[in-house]
Design a protein around this ligand. Structure first.
Ligand SMILES: *Cc1c(COP(=O)(O)O)cnc(C)c1O
Length: 483
């Protein structure tokens, strides 16, 4: 069980003692200045006055009320919340990377531009799509850029009637949203009972108005689309482009190149697969990758090499800039360091281990929980609490009960096409012992569902906060300290 020995809820103000300080400032060695704009001064703000040790304990205790991958198992599917090796953070915090300014002349930051150039090359190799812009700040922005590129491509061919994005019903929610923002009309393609694209439906829908077909690979059900080659062929025969949502490349690295599947454009989330933590709203990085015929439309800046000089350039028919400066530079540094430290074989073993780990869990749970698909899964497996529902226990209850056992809840109720879904992604970093522990917890919960359902129904019991009103917390977050 998760130990919860630190239930210290005292606020700093409660332990405040007038005159106590957590710091000493050095003697002032510059002349003191009168403050002229006194109207904007606030007095009596009643800040806590505490010792340094109390301050350290306060924030350390606060941090431990949170769940984190550094303390516990975090099987969050569809989002690859994996462990990020610390060395990549250390490298990103080197002065030469973290201390440079975006307005510095390019000749003074040649090393930084070289890194961007090399990372573009590496991502081009991983996906087989050699045109890369690191500019997008999130997966969704990568999608948006990719879709604008598709539009520009058709327009430049005098083919501006093409205004439809075909999007499967199993797609990640950002896909139809990005298509709409890029000025395309979204038409939904059905999935069959096995979670594959319904080919007959796709054939009916693909036509001279198809601008792009968007497919999440691996699908949000954690499975590989077996008919992918036929699908991309149908789209190409109808003059459309194929967009792959490669936000989670954890199952494909070193094993499958998206270009070999007939993909023309994709994005990938450096803040999922390539060693930047995510969650809590950022920062992110969602590079967009395209094949050679689409390169000239990429958003700028793109890093280029001329002899021994590195430059940031604007591609010939660029869709423009999609944000300020160069994208999330320090995330690019982490991704570069991650790929280089692993090397070609290391990169491949990430996907192999991620896939084996997910399948191991699937095989051990399938007699107790309904598994969406009996096929081998990729980096994540989708199980359902349908059986447990008969005892009045929902996916939400199980997710909450996991917290009591020191495991973060998996993604729940997604993908939408699976009832009572729990989407589990162990990632490549976990040992077999951790997976076995998780499996035994899931089986214990399964027992509790039959023998003591109330315990599960009222979970969590051992965490600082019990069940929250999650909708209210998201709609009306209170982020400011109030007196
Ligand atoms: C996370 C994710 C996205 C969106 O990425 P953001 O950086 O959150 O915009 C898109 N598609 C898939 C499959 C994802 O998992």
């Amino acid at each position: 069980m998760l130990k919860n020995h630190n239930n210290n809820t005292k606020l700093l103000l409660d332990i405040s003692n007038e005159g106590r300080r957590a710091f000493t400032l050095p003697e002032c060695d510059v002349p003191s200045q009168e403050i002229t704009d006194k109207d904007n001064l606030i007095s009596n703000i009643n800040l806590p006055e505490v010792s340094q040790l109390d301050l350290v304990r306060y924030f350390t205790n606060l941090s431990q009320k949170n769940f984190s991958i550094d303390t516990n198992f975090y099987p969050l599917g569809s989002c690859t919340m994996k462990y990020n090796p610390k060395v990549n953070d250390q490298i990103a915090s080197l002065d030469g990377f973290s201390g440079i300014h975006p307005y510095q002349p390019q000749e003074t930051v040649q090393g930084a531009i070289e890194l961007l150039y090399d990372l573009q090359k590496l991502l081009g190799k991983v996906t087989g799509l050699e045109g890369v812009s690191l500019s997008p700040l999130a997966g969704a922005q990568g999608e948006y850029s990719g879709l604008l590129i598709a539009r520009m491509f058709h327009e430049s061919n005098g083919d501006s009637k093409r205004n439809i994005a075909l999007v499967p019903d199993s797609a990640h929610g950002t896909n139809p949203a990005s298509a709409k923002m890029a000025g395309l009309e979204v038409v939904t393609v059905k999935s069959d009972e096995e979670g594959n694209i319904d080919i007959e439906n796709l054939k009916e829908l693909a036509n001279e108005k198809t601008a792009v077909f968007m497919i999440t690979i691996p699908s949000t059900l954690g499975i590989f689309e077996p008919n992918i080659l036929e699908i991309t062929k149908i789209i190409h025969e109808n003059g459309g482009l194929v967009y792959a949502d490669g936000a989670n490349l954890n199952a494909l690295l070193g094993l499958v190149k998206l270009s070999d599947l007939g993909v023309d454009i994709c994005h990938s989330n450096l803040h999922k697969t390539f060693s930047t933590p995510h969650g809590g709203g950022g920062p992110g990085s969602g590079p967009v990758m395209v094949n050679s015929k689409l390169k000239k439309f990429l958003p700028y800046p793109v890093a280029e090499k001329n002899n021994n000089d590195y430059n940031l350039i604007k591609p010939e028919n660029s869709i423009g800039t999609i944000n300020g400066f160069y994208g999330s530079f320090l995330i690019a540094v982490r991704a570069y360091s991650y790929i280089r430290s692993l090397g070609k074989n290391g990169i491949k073993s990430i996907s192999e281990n991620a896939i084996i780990n997910a399948n191991y869990i699937q095989s051990q749970l399938k007699d107790f929980y309904e598994v969406f698909s009996d096929r081998y899964c990729m980096h994540e497996t989708v199980i359902s609490a349908k059986k447990q529902k008969k005892n009045g226990i929902s996916a939400l209850d199980i997710a909450k009960r996991l917290l009591d056992y020191g495991v973060h809840a998996p993604t729940m109720y997604f993908p939408l096409i699976v009832e009572e879904a729990l989407m589990i992604e162990p990632t490549e970093s976990e040992t077999k012992e951790t997976l076995d522990n998780f499996i035994s917890i899931m089986l214990k919960i399964h027992d509790e569902v039959t023998n003591s359902p109330e315990v599960v129904k009222n979970a969590p019991h051992n965490v600082f906060h019990k069940r929250l009103d999650e909708a209210l917390a998201a709609r009306n977050p209170i982020l400011k300290w109030k007196k």
